[in-house]
Design a protein around this ligand. Structure first.
Ligand code: HEM
Length: 106
């Protein structure tokens, strides 16, 4: 984990249309992302996930640095049928920095 959380905060602007983090964060189009690094996928009790994501979760997917990197590069390749409408991040640095930023929220 060598990402720069400050740079990652800027990358997170691309996620903000659908996701919140931090104190008082709420589920919106997408689930709250507090504590997401190291968390079991699909585990927000109140969020209604797609069947595709729920299936991955049932298989035991955990959001660690490796799985997040793959997912965020091309969400629809990593989880076919996900309802996350986001093309993905092209730059590895952006992904690394973004994960460092997300890791600052418990
Ligand atoms: C799900 C991250 C952009 C909508 C997720 C999950 C992660 C994530 C980690 C899985 C959460 C879990 O298992 O609890 C991100 C990041 C983004 C981003 C870091 C920016 C780079 C977006 C955007 C939208 C969106 C722009 C809306 C257009 C959703 C939805 C889900 C989801 C609807 C649930 C997917 C499903 O159930 O198949 N996101 N997301 N996300 N995200 Fe995003």
């Amino acid at each position: 984990a060598n990402g720069d959380a400050e740079k990652g905060e800027k990358v997170f602007k691309k996620c903000k249309a659908c996701h919140q983090v931090g104190e008082g964060a709420k589920n919106r189009v997408g689930p709250i992302l507090n504590g997401i690094v190291g968390k079991a996928a699909g585990s927000d009790e109140e969020f209604k996930y797609s069947d595709a994501l729920a299936e991955k979760a049932a298989e035991g997917l955990v959001w660690d640095e490796a799985s997040l990197t793959e997912f965020l590069a091309k969400p629809k390749n990593f989880i076919k049928g996900t309802k996350m409408s986001f093309a993905g991040l092209r730059k590895d640095d952006d992904i690394e920095n973004l994960i460092a930023y997300l890791a600052t929220f418990e």
